[in-house]
Design a protein around this ligand. Structure first.
Ligand code: BTN
Length: 252
């Protein structure tokens, strides 16, 4: 990554031509590598998504990347990192001319179709994060027929949107620079500035939505606001207001 202008992120790169999942690799070797190490793969055979799903990662088409961070923070802050990553990637896309929106908590959509997913995993003790692995998958070079049939109506790629070639290496450099900027800002100033940016990029607030949850009944109601801790302020049909910490909003 010759054009990389960061001081920490991506200074060490672990590259695989093919691997099960860069998140799995990063987690397994988290203690052996320094903060900022990135795990990159040209193809993943067991790419993992949120809520126990799989992530389609065919060779050479996307950016399948996991960033290892070691912030000295209480584990309760971990939920802010996927939101921060979504902001960094949304902003990079906007600079390319791609109007990406964040669907709570951290899916990036263009015209309602998914272009990027983020999976953050943590190793922690009682009151300290040992490591965070921030995995992101970006659909870059896919043509419609490259996607598995069952996701063709709900997925898109940067080249499908822009109708021109996108350089994956330069894109990764741009994303890592933004991610590093917001990471350092979070450590220095807290979550509030990032929360404001998230609210600029989201398409979720103010809408009636259905939230599916892992092993729990779905919720129906209105997404009101992003709370200072990154959870979603949510109004149930009976007027009761609750905080939702994780889940998935149906693609509308
Ligand atoms: C989702 O939208 O459900 C999250 C998808 C995250 C995919 C990325 S690709 C790189 C990293 N390795 C994985 O196995 N998953 C993440």
């Amino acid at each position: 990554l010759r054009n990389l202008k960061t001081t920490t992120l991506g200074k060490k790169i672990v590259f695989f031509e093919e691997i099960d999942s860069t998140n799995t690799q990063a987690k397994e070797s988290a203690l052996d590598y320094p903060e900022g190490t990135i795990f990159l793969a040209e193809a993943q055979t067991k790419g993992r998504g949120r809520l126990g799903r799989s992530w389609s990662s065919i060779p050479g088409k996307g950016i399948w990347c996991s960033v290892l961070l070691k912030p000295s923070l209480d584990p309760t802050f971990a939920g802010q990192f996927p939101l921060l990553t979504a902001v960094a990637i949304a902003e990079t896309f906007h600079n390319l001319g791609v109007d990406a929106k964040i669907k709570w908590p951290n899916d990036l959509l263009v015209d309602g179709k998914k272009i990027c997913g983020i999976l953050t995993e943590m190793g922690a003790e009682l009151d300290r994060i040992n490591y965070l692995v921030i995995g992101f998958g970006i659909n870059v070079k896919h043509k419609l027929e490259d996607f598995p049939k069952e996701i063709r109506t709900i997925a898109t790629s940067l080249e499908m949107v822009l109708k021109k070639e996108v350089d994956r290496v330069q894109l990764l450099c741009d994303i890592l620079l933004k991610l590093e900027k917001y990471y350092f800002q979070l450590l220095k100033e807290g979550f509030e500035p990032i929360r404001k940016l998230w609210k600029e990029y989201t398409c979720t607030l103010g809408h009636e939505v259905k939230i599916s949850r892992f092993n729990e009944l779905p919720l129906f109601g209105k997404a009101l606001d992003l709370n200072p801790d990154g959870s979603l302020l949510f109004e149930l049909p009976d007027g009761q207001i609750i905080n939702v910490h994780s889940g998935e909003i149906g693609l509308q």
